[in-house]
Structures are given as C-alpha cells and as structure tokens.
Design a protein around this ligand. Sequence first.
Ligand code: FAD
Length: 429
Amino acid sequence: MATVEENLWRQTAGEDAAWPVLEERQQASIAVIGGGYTGLSAALHLAERGQDVALLEAGTIGEGASGRNGGQVIPGLKQDPEAVERIWGPGLGRRAIAFAAAAPDLVFDLIDRHAIACDARRSGWLQPAASPRHLPMLERRIAQWREHGAELSLLSRGETAERLGTDAYWGALFDPRGGSLHPLRYARGLARAAMRAGARLFGRSPGRAVLRTADGWRLATPRGELRCGAVVCATNAYGDPAGMGIGPCILPIWSVQVATDPQPPALRAGILRDGLCASDTRRFLTYFRLDPDGRFVIGGRGASGARGRARAFSALRRRALALFPELEPSWRFAWGGLVALTENHLPQLVEPAPGLLLAFGYNGRGVALATAIGRVLADRLCGAEEGDLPLPLLRRPRPWPLAPWLRLQLPLASGLAALLERGVAARGR
Ligand SMILES: Cc1cc2nc3c(=O)[nH]c(=O)nc-3n(C[C@H](O)[C@H](O)[C@H](O)COP(=O)(O)OP(=O)(O)OC[C@H]3O[C@@H](n4cnc5c(N)ncnc54)[C@H](O)[C@@H]3O)c2cc1C
C-alpha cells in the first residue's frame, strides 16, 4: 500500500522533454502562463496561426490538475442545458451548449492529428445513480441533451450492473460522446505539438509579475523576463500571477485518487466493460475506471492537509471494495490535485484589459473544456469578435462572495454531506 503520495500518471508517462528555463530578457508576441490544457491548447492554436508564442510553466508540463486528473473526457458543462440557457440567456446559452458538446471532438481530433500517444479511448461515459431519487434528474438531463441532438440514453439497473460489474447503482446515464485518456501523456503531447508548431515552452519558470508597459506587457521570472504584446493567464486553481483577483472567485477543492496494480485478467473482463469510465451522481462524487494496463483507479473528494488526504485515500479504498468486493487490494498509488469550483458552476473567460486574457473554473470538467477554451483564447487574440465567442467575456473575474467563508467550512461541510449521502443511499436500498 502506498505510504507516500505517488501519482500514477507521473509514474507511467515515461520521460518528459527537458524544457528550458527562461533566462535573460526575451521577446514574444504572446505569452501564455501555465502549462496545463488551457495554456497548452492556447499556445498550440496560436502557434498554428503563425503567432510567436512563449509559454511559461512554474513547474513541469502538467504540474497542476492536467497531470493529476481522472482522465475522463466528459462532454458538456457542469450545468445542464436548461440551466446554461437560463444563466447566459438563450442565444449565448445555445452557443455555449453546442461548444461544450463538441469539446470531446476537439480532444480526440487533436490526439489524432498530432499522433499523441495517450491511451485515448472513446468508449462513452457513464453517470450512475447513487440513489433511486437521482433517476428523475438523469431523465431530465437526457431529455434536455436530446433536444440539442445528443444521443444520450438511460440504462436500467440491470444494464448498469452488467456494464459496470457492480449492483451498487440504480441506473445510469450513458453518453457515447465521452471517453478516457492518460491525462499527463495528453498534456505532454499537446506541449510537443505546440513546440512543433513553433511555440517556445519554458519549465521551472514561474511568471511572478505581469506589468503593463508602454508597448505591451512585461513578465518577470526568477532568472529572466519576457516582453510581449499580449498575455494569457491559464493557471486555474494554481495561481493568479496577474493579480486579477481569481482567489475570491473560486473555491479550490482537493480531489484525490488511489489506484491498484494491474488487476487479474479474469476480474478485468467482468468490470467496466468496453473501457467505460464513470462518475456517479453523489454531491461529492466518486469516479472510477480501469487504465489500459488494468489498474483500478478511483477518485473522490479530498482534503488540503496530508493527514486529511490520508483519511480520504483510506475512505476511497474502502469505497472501491464496497463497489467491487472482488478487487485485488494492491493499492500502489495515491495522489490529489486542485479543482476550481465557481459559484454558478460555469467557467469564466475574462479580459480585464485589451491583450490580457484569463480562463478558469471548469468545475471538474476540464479535460475537454479547458482544451476547447484554450482554442477560444487563441481565437480572441487572433481577432474573434466578442459576439462570436461561445462564452460571456467578462471585464473582471466574477466573485463568489461566500467562497472565503466556504473555504473555512469545507471540512465540516464535506463531513456533513458524506453523512447525508450515506443516509440517502441507505434509504434508497
Ligand atoms: C484529481 C482531479 C481529478 C479530475 N478529474 C477530471 C476528469 O476526470 N475529467 C475532467 O474533465 N476534469 C477533471 N479534473 C479537472 C481538470 O483536470 C482541470 O479542469 C484541468 O486540468 C484544468 O486545466 P488548466 O490548464 O486550466 O489548469 P492546470 O492544469 O491546473 O494548469 C495550471 C498550471 O499553471 C501553472 N502555474 C501556476 N502559477 C504559475 C505561474 N505563476 N507561472 C507559471 N505557471 C504557473 C501550474 O503549475 C499548472 O501547471 C480533475 C481535476 C483534479 C485535480
């Protein structure tokens, strides 16, 4: 059993390229800060359009959530289509829904086009109901997506048990547009594609200050500086180098995962059929899949301190065995990362000044969404009109007044929610 935190994806991604550190004074037409999917996709799409791009990453490529996530490619926004239209209005809402629905297409297309070896599989995504009371919600979700032309379906309890290999769920939403991948290999593949397209990528080069100059922007790093005409900040829950006040707009919560050694072939044949991945309907959801080598990977709500995380790892192992009692409990990996939640569960695209863009707040849906929003950032910097963008363009980040208070209440709230959900599940049985 893992005694120290060890990230499965980092252990199995192979060697990374040796990205140089930014030194001395350099110039670029556009600087991108953050080497996750948002920044990498922005850099790739900008470089493909002939822009001179330099990307700064504080650690290594995929250091943040993009190298730590569950690798589930999930279509759509966290909100259902009707809620998106209600919040953003019918015109923009419909554009946003179509955009988020197509986000997995972009991911799988980029993987094909740039020959990214990241174990990509488009075998669908399952959202199993943790309680019979969640089934009407899934039915409404399916009906709403069908109005937007997506072929989602509701699996019966028996079909769900057959596909997942556990009878813990009451039915499930099946979305054929989803799939899975190796998250860190995907991030590194985007980085290499951006480099081949002409972008310059720098590792261990945190952007420390973003200052306006007479003719653009100046970014200081510990060993150099970058002068540029425009800046993209793609640091999500991991920083706010432009000092734009992202902090009060998000609730950065820990999500943690544990994974076993490869499971025996007979067991693998009986669970998570056809490479399915699943995220259930609990408020603090549990998500799980097998990786291509047959390791069982499960994730859920974590905690910020090492002790709290250790407790969350143990709880996940217990949950895994409750779902799949036949699993071999050869737990080898345990790790976590930060998810950026926003008040309305929708991402924010912000342009505080001409030539400065930020995007953050994917609410746990960033594998596809962050990739797609990276391309939107590139579109905007290449002249896309505000009215043609698929998301509202904010002038400043939208604060979440309760976020600072919620941060303090998180440990209590998660304990309470876990108790409530245990109660709901027990009543359902
Ligand atoms: C445990 C976990 C599981 C998840 N599972 C899923 C899933 O299965 N499916 C899904 O769709 N989404 C999932 N997500 C969410 C998804 O991973 C994120 O939404 C997505 O990766 C965000 O990408 P990003 O590029 O915006 O941010 P990140 O990947 O976090 O990248 C931000 C980068 O900015 C860098 N940085 C910060 N400050 C600076 C600075 N000053 N200078 C330079 N660089 C800086 C950081 O080092 C980091 O690399 C999960 C997230 C976590 C944490």
